[in-house]
Design a protein around this ligand. Structure first.
Ligand code: KIV
Length: 268
């Protein structure tokens, strides 16, 4: 299928209505964003997973607004076919709706994002409404919410019992009613993914949420086999780039050490 022209929140909604699956990947810089956009991915998320993948941090908690704006601008500065979504880092939207509005506005004004994402359910509905009323499209994020790692103590799958499952469905409906244009669902049972996708008209994008949702997102560095510190079960690897990079660099070092690089055609 030929990718449509510019992807907007309206295009994503139509894709759900027409049962076309949505593709989404993370991007943290200009080079990767260009490659992924050229390849036809529909949504580029400047995720706060940047903390673990790029910055070498243990969790996403320490990421700052300035860091998110910096990475977002690298992704969003050039025109993209994909919808560019900037992640709201921990404590950039929890203090007050006004604070959230100012910070989300920075992702759009300075980071060139076209939408923002935030973690949390019904408790954040008033904040989502405030942003949407100000013209900022919001993507929700339910299930495993990595910014709450210290509350839960682990990255175990969520939605494991009926109470938790009902809460996730209710949260999704509350986010939709507050005006969210899409919802990310992370690490929950596939059947719960189906329930949430059926309970809402906005596109539900899964990561470890099974095949019955409206689209999928992965961390690009997982998909490419570049990030190998840990490997979630849902992260299918399409390449083993870390291995290939190590082999290439070892060959380069060997060539330099034995004097075969540079050769005459590589010299002036
Ligand atoms: O930060 C991130 O990359 C994310 C995705 C895992 C959805 O939130």
């Amino acid at each position: 299928m030929t990718p449509s022209p510019k992807v907007t929140t309206a295009v994503l909604r139509t894709m759900k209505a027409q049962h076309q699956r949505i593709t989404a990947l993370t991007a943290y810089d200009h080079l990767f964003a260009g490659l992924l956009d050229e390849a036809g991915v529909d949504v580029l998320l400047v995720g706060d997973s940047m903390a673990t993948v790029v910055q070498g941090r243990e969790t996403t908690v320490p990421v700052t607004m300035d860091e998110m704006v910096y990475h977002c601008a690298m992704v969003g500065r050039s025109p993209r076919r994909a919808l560019v979504v900037g992640d709201m880092p921990f404590l950039s939207y929890q203090v007050s709706a006004e604070d959230a509005l100012r910070n989300a506005g920075r992702l759009l004004k300075e980071g060139f994002a076209e939408a923002v994402k935030l973690e949390g359910g019904a408790a954040f509905a008033p904040t989502v409404r405030r942003l949407v009323d100000a013209g900022i499209p919001v993507m929700g994020h339910l299930g495993l919410t990595p910014q709450s790692i210290h509350q839960f103590g682990s990255y175990r799958a969520r939605g494991q019992d009926a109470t938790e499952q009902a809460r996730i469905v209710d949260d999704a409906v509350a986010l939709e009613q507050a005006g969210a244009f899409s919802i990310v669902l992370e690490k929950i049972p596939a059947e719960l993914g189906r329930r949430v996708a059926e309970a809402t008209e906005v596109p539900v994008i899964g990561i470890g949420a099974g095949p019955h949702v409206d689209g999928q997102i992965l961390v690009t560095h997982d998909l490419l086999g570049l990030f190998t510190r840990f490997r979630p079960r849902f992260a299918r690897r399409y390449l083993e780039l870390a291995r290939e990079i190590t082999a290439a660099v070892q060959t380069y070092c060997q060539d330099v050490r034995e004097g075969s690089f540079p050769n005459t055609s590589e010299s002036y």
